[in-house]
Design a protein around this ligand. Structure first.
Ligand code: ADP
Ligand code: MG
Ligand code: MG
Length: 249
């Protein structure tokens, strides 16, 4: 699904990613861990196509297409979803209306007509029930006065509705409380399938107690210095990142 080869990327002429190789297949959950400032968010932003970041070398293919030739919106239409990125408040636009617009804009890009209102309502009902989201929440203004947990709930709801092929969840380093963490984990676990994939970026091992990844990669100073299975996350929790750095020097 996603093939990243020797990816180098810079911000304001400062090289942040220094040769990333990563391959993600349908059905897989990959976790990227690493110390603060190692380039985790840069990697997610470059895959999603945020403009501040310049890819200077390498290759990023998504289902055989060169991602670098697509703008962020086109990448989203192809099924690349970057969450935890837009905590914008939009007064007067409800959670439901926002997602309706997003879904219809994806359909339009594929040359499809708007989703019939009945189908949309049915889908909203099914997904919100699956994620245990109550109706009152759906009519609130987007992100306005949302708690940390409500922001996560909204993001997971967006992911459920958009049914992306690849979801990139960049968990910021600012402390998630346990409830917010469980909302993310339950959502991701319910939405996992053999056809979609998740790239879970996190500073914290704790999230991986709830979402069991197939692969764990450790990013240090712009490079993946170690990859392994889920047990690597536990090893990192016990031993920190220094031993990984030393092993690779
Ligand atoms: P992480 O998510 O692993 O904490 P980031 O990708 O956010 O790491 O940051 C990697 C490096 O890039 C850091 O040294 C950070 O200071 C720098 N950086 C990130 N975003 C910007 C930006 N917009 N402008 C300048 N430097 C940035
Ligand atoms: Mg950071
Ligand atoms: Mg980050």
């Amino acid at each position: 699904m996603l093939k990243v080869k020797n990816l180098h990327a810079s911000i304001e002429d400062k090289e942040i990613l220094k040769g990333i190789n990563l391959e993600i297949n349908p059905g897989e959950v990959h976790a990227i861990m690493g110390p603060n400032g190692s380039g985790k968010s840069t990697l997610s932003s470059v895959i999603a196509g945020r403009e501040e970041y310049e890819m200077t070398e390498g290759e990023m293919m998504f289902e055989g297409e060169d991602l670098n030739e697509l703008d962020p919106e086109e990448r989203a239409h192809k099924g690349v979803f970057l969450s935890f990125q837009y905590p914008v408040e939009i007064p007067g636009v409800s959670v439901t209306n926002f997602i309706k617009t997003a879904i219809n804009s994806h359909r339009k890009a594929k040359g499809e007509p708007d989703m019939p209102a009945n189908d949309m309502l049915k889908m909203i009902r099914e997904k919100s029930e699956m994620l245990e989201i109550d109706r009152k929440f759906l009519s609130r203004s987007l992100n306005q006065g949302f708690s940390g947990g409500e922001k996560k709930r909204n993001e997971i709801f967006q992911m459920a509705m958009l049914e992306p092929k690849l979801s990139i969840l960049d968990e910021t380093d600012s402390g998630l409380d346990i409830d917010a963490l469980k909302i993310v984990a339950n959502g991701v676990n319910k939405l996992r399938s053999k056809d979609n994939a998740v790239l879970l970026i996190t500073h914290y091992q704790r999230l991986l107690d709830y979402i069991v990844p197939d692969y764990v990669h450790v990013l240090v100073d712009g490079k993946i210095v170690k990859s392994g299975g889920k047990e690597l996350a536990y090893e990192l929790e016990e031993r920190g990142y220094d031993w990984v750095k030393q092993e690779t020097v």
